[in-house]
Design a protein around this ligand. Structure first.
Ligand code: HSE
Length: 408
């Protein structure tokens, strides 16, 4: 018999409990041993549940029970999850978690404790919900040098952008629909401002490149400024706007990482990722691009990944899975001035001046869309370094033109 405990009985925690309890035989057959949920930690009462006898409000009961070998943390947030996870690892218990905020902030430290204590710390569910991506990256792609990881890492924003693109629905309405459908949180800030995607690209980059990338090192922009005008102009360039998280290994071994709304060509595979689905593209030097696709959120997709980690821990109670990265440092993530193209959307009361000054700054811009009626234009710049493009855009601005938006 292997005893497990679950910290938190919210959406994910209850899914983990239900799978482990309702599918007890299936899970135990896979482990070739009985996995029994001994405790569920939650401050609320769940007296009506058939497994209500397992609930405790006291974390120390779990910590001090030496029979509990595996703890699934599904509370979310850094505190008190960090304290609880650290104590469990130090007590020689393996820990699995779906908590991306915790792993993005404290992953290196927790992995190092797990290594020292010869236990496992696994977090497949923290990126892409039910999509297997971290384990394939560290195991199946182990022969590669990973050069880039990028993707659509947040289901809520992808759902909102999709509604804007397909149904011409304004941002606020699409956000409300996402909330009504249970995709976005009541406070959707972490989703729409890009913080959730940022945490996930940090975890992917840390695992892929071997050193911790912290959220505050990643330039992050959300989707709150995207308008239906942007969506329509992007369509004219055969593109859709997606919130993309990217981490790239540079020639000097440093990392460039960002999360931002990006024009994605309709020819690119990521343009076809719709609704709440996520997709992660991992580029290896041997494999080239490998894409992982599936539901990035939701009770059972996420709980399925947590339970898979529990099964893995149960099968490796006396040995460590090779999941590890070193701590990062302050100059590990840099912002190189790379060559790129930018989408520019500009407006002016003086339409002729707008056309003239933009043509002066960008004589080679691609497929300018002119709207004399609205006195505005949109175009894609030629390729240049970002700093040079920004300088040219600033020179248009100086001539009483309002730059409505620039996007990568
Ligand atoms: N809020 C997240 C999303 C769910 O919309 O993708 C899990 O990270």
């Amino acid at each position: 018999m292997i005893y497990a405990a679950i910290l938190g009985h919210g959406v994910v925690g209850s899914g983990v409990a239900e799978i482990l309890i309702n599918e007890h035989k299936r899970i135990s057959d896979k482990v070739k041993d009985d996995i029994e949920v001994k405790y569920i930690l939650d401050l609320r009462d769940f007296d009506d549940l058939p497994y209500s006898d397992k609930f405790t409000k006291d974390f120390n009961v779990i910590l001090q029970d030496e029979d509990v070998k595996i703890v699934a943390e599904a509370m979310g947030g850094v505190n008190p999850a960090y304290d609880f996870v650290k104590k469990c690892l130090n007590a020689g218990k393996s820990v699995v978690t779906s908590n991306k905020e915790l792993v993005a902030a404290k992953g290196a430290e927790l992995l190092s404790i797990a290594k020292e204590k010869n236990v496992n710390f696994l977090f497949e569910a923290s990126v892409g919900g039910g999509i297997p991506v971290l384990r394939p990256m560290s195991q199946c792609l182990a022969a590669n040098e990973i050069t880039e990881v990028k993707g659509i890492l947040n289901g809520t924003t992808n759902y909102i952008l999709n509604k804007m693109i397909v149904d011409n629905m304004p941002f606020d309405e699409a956000l409300k629909l996402a909330q009504d459908n249970g995709y976005a949180e009541k406070d959707p800030t972490a989703d729409i401002e890009g913080h959730d995607a940022c945490r996930k690209i940090c975890i992917l980059a840390s695992l892929g490149f071997g050193k911790h990338v912290y959220p505050e090192q990643v330039k992050t922009e959300g989707i709150t400024d995207i308008s239906l005008d942007d969506v329509e102009y992007a369509d004219n360039f055969n593109c859709v706007i997606k919130l993309i998280g990217t981490a790239t290994k540079l020639a000097d071994g440093k990392i460039s990482a960002h999360v931002r709304p990006t024009l994605v060509s309709r020819d690119h595979i990521l343009s076809g990722v719709h609704g709440v689905f996520n997709a992660v593209v991992v580029t290896g030097d041997e494999t080239d691009d490998v894409m992982f696709y599936g539901k990035g959120a939701g009770k059972f997709p996420t709980a399925s990944a947590v339970v898979a980690d529990i099964i893995d821990c149960a099968k490796h109670l006396n040995s460590r899975k090779y999941v590890f990265w070193e701590d990062g440092d302050s100059d590990y993530v840099v912002t190189p001035d790379l060559k790129t193209r930018l989408y520019v959307y500009a407006k002016s009361n003086d339409y002729d001046a707008l056309i003239e000054t933009s043509a002066l700054a960008f004589p080679d811009h691609d497929g300018i869309i002119k709207n004399r009626y609205k006195s505005e234009i949109a175009f894609l710049t030629d390729e240049d370094t970002e700093s040079s493009l920004r300088e040219k855009i600033a020179s248009i601005k100086a001539d009483k033109v309002k730059i409505m938006h620039t996007l990568f």
